[in-house]
Design a protein around this ligand. Structure first.
Ligand code: BES
Ligand code: MN
Ligand code: ZN
Length: 503
């Protein structure tokens, strides 16, 4: 398997005209004439090449635009890439992430190896972090299943941020370090989500979590089916019934970064390694995308990796119920009634509404930890496509505080979320005539009724739910998110937990 660390991110102190490397990146604000000593000197030494691209309207510093120059003779670098970050007034951190994503692909095309970002005086730790995240994520590729060793070969790139002096470097290096850890965690999530279900079974997912826990510093316990039966997780077991080969697992991850005895924040991630729909079989078109129905679990596992590596001062538990959802002679059938861990009975209207079943048992299990808050994340409902599409994730919950914290995390990371209401009508919609609940409330308000169902299984802890169906898969490609699994939610959760205050 390709290594997680294919790129090296560093800082160095020096002068842009003397620093040694392949490509020097210089960030430019939109609609600002080439001022500043660096651009003036470059212009002078290239006999007006810089003012020419500005004068001809070939480059105006617009976000994600670039202009490449050969470095003047005697400089330490070969190329200089001017990159636009947009207008200076009210500039957002995400502009730096995007610009760096654009650069990473530009540089990959040119096969440049050592890249230097000129720090100027304006790159604080947060901007440096954003640059590193964007660079790391923009050129990310899934190569695990390519057979050609040439294709799989990783370029050993060094990306450094050039700082004017030691004092600037001290601040900047913290951002660079954070960006590298967070970028690696998002890449890890994308890779997990990309794995097909014949390679990534529930047992394999549990093994991977164990390996990552050992590497990054969190403990991992895995319950097998016998132990899941002892826990009376009837809803998880019901979904697993159709899988004759691949048995369910329940993964419990624990990171103790807070003081001893501090109530943890509990994360819950949906880990359906393949969702056929079960007996309520999905249509064949695009069904292959349902290998990504374990993305919630990939998000929480990768978040654990990052917070452990960042040494966040908080106790965090992550729970992953993981199973396939398959049709077979033994599979769960519409009309069946199952009993969840908390004792509530559920009439199965549609076996394709399996995610909420396995989350129900995990949300009840979370009570064991006396959590200060619980956040679950899941590719739960196709209805998100009609609510927010690929642009953002619906959030719902019982705690304004937790939802506010997610909104704050969302603002910092540009992973957009928007709250949907948990109105009593939706709870009514999930009542069964013959059992306590139904597992499907039909098409109306599909995202909210799924959350209303989950609400029946939480304890008296503050709770929020994030539905990442569709935002989990980037459909066309964005500056720092190539087509495919996006890793949405990893940065959001890391940011939210890193700034967490005891509740
Ligand atoms: N995993 C799906 C949700 C999904 C759909 C995620 C499309 C990403 C893209 C989930 O298990 C599901 O099938 N939900 C059903 C529920 C319905 C039967 C009540 C849905 O949303 O259609
Ligand atoms: Mn389903
Ligand atoms: Zn599903």
């Amino acid at each position: 398997m390709a290594s997680l660390k294919s790129k090296n991110f560093l800082t160095q102190v020096g002068d842009a005209t003397k620093v040694v490397g392949d490509t020097l990146i210089y960030l430019c604000y939109e609609s600002e004439a080439p001022s500043g000593s660096f651009l003036k000197q470059l212009d002078f030494e290239t006999e007006g090449a810089v003012s020419a691209v500005y004068a001809n309207d070939e480059f105006a510093g617009k976000l994600n635009s670039t202009a490449l120059f050969r470095a003047p003779a005697g400089w330490g670098v070969r190329n200089i890439l001017l990159t636009g970050v947009g207008k200076r007034a009210g500039i957002k951190l995400d502009n730096f992430r995007q610009a760096a994503g654009t650069i990473s692909r530009h540089v990959a095309v040119k096969k440049a190896e050592d890249v230097i970002f000129d720090c100027q005086s304006e790159l604080d730790a947060n901007r440096a972090q954003a640059l590193v995240e964007g660079y790391r994520l923009g050129s990310w590729k899934m190569l695990d299943y390519k057979s050609d060793p040439e294709v799989k070969k990783e370029t050993n790139q060094t990306i450094s941020v050039l700082c004017a002096n030691r004092k600037v470097e001290n601040k900047t290096s913290k951002g660079v370090e954070r960006g590298a850890i967070i970028g690696a965690a998002v890449s890890q999530c994308r890779r997990l989500a990309f794995h097909p279900s014949n390679y990534l079974t529930p047992a394999k997912l549990a093994e991977k979590a164990k390996g990552l826990g050992k590497r990054d510093g969190f403990s991992v316990k895995v319950l097998n089916v016998t132990q899941i039966e002892k826990e009376r997780m009837g809803a998880l077991l019901a979904v697993n019934k159709g899988s004759s080969e691949n048995q369910a697992r329940f993964i419990i991850m624990q990171y103790d970064g807070g003081r001893k005895g501090q109530a943890p924040v509990v994360l819950v991630g949906k880990g359906v390694t393949f969702d056929t729909g079960g007996i309520s079989l999905k249509p064949g078109m695009n069904m292959y995308e349902m290998k990504g129905d374990m993305t919630g679990s990939a998000v929480v596992i990768s978040t654990m990796s990052a917070i452990a590596r960042l040494k966040v001062k908080l106790n965090v538990v992550a729970l992953v119920p993981t199973t396939e959802n398959m049709p077979s002679g033994d599979a769960l059938k519409p009309g069946d009634i199952v009993t969840a861990r908390n004792g509530k009975t559920i009439e199965i209207i549609n076996t394709d509404a399996e995610g909420r079943l396995i989350l129900a048992d995990a949300l009840d299990y979370a009570n064991k930890f006396n959590p200060q808050a619980v956040i679950d994340i899941a590719t739960l409902t196709g209805a998100t496509l009609f609510a927010l599409g690929y642009a953002g994730a619906p959030i719902l919950g019982t705690s304004k505080t937790v939802l506010d914290r997610l909104r704050a995390g969302s603002k910092a990371t540009a992973e957009k979320v928007w709250e949907l209401p948990l109105w009593p009508e939706f709870t009514t919609q999930m009542k069964s005539a013959i059992a306590d609940l139904v597992n499907s409330g039909g098409r109306p308000a599909g995202t909210a009724t799924a959350a209303a169902f989950l609400k029946e299984f939480i304890g008296d802890y503050p709770w929020a739910h994030i539905d990442i169906a569709y935002v989990d898969l980037e459909p066309s490609g964005q500056p720092y998110s190539p087509k495919g699994p996006s890793g949405f939610g990893v940065r959001l959760l890391i940011e939210t937990l890193a700034n967490w205050k005891q509740m």
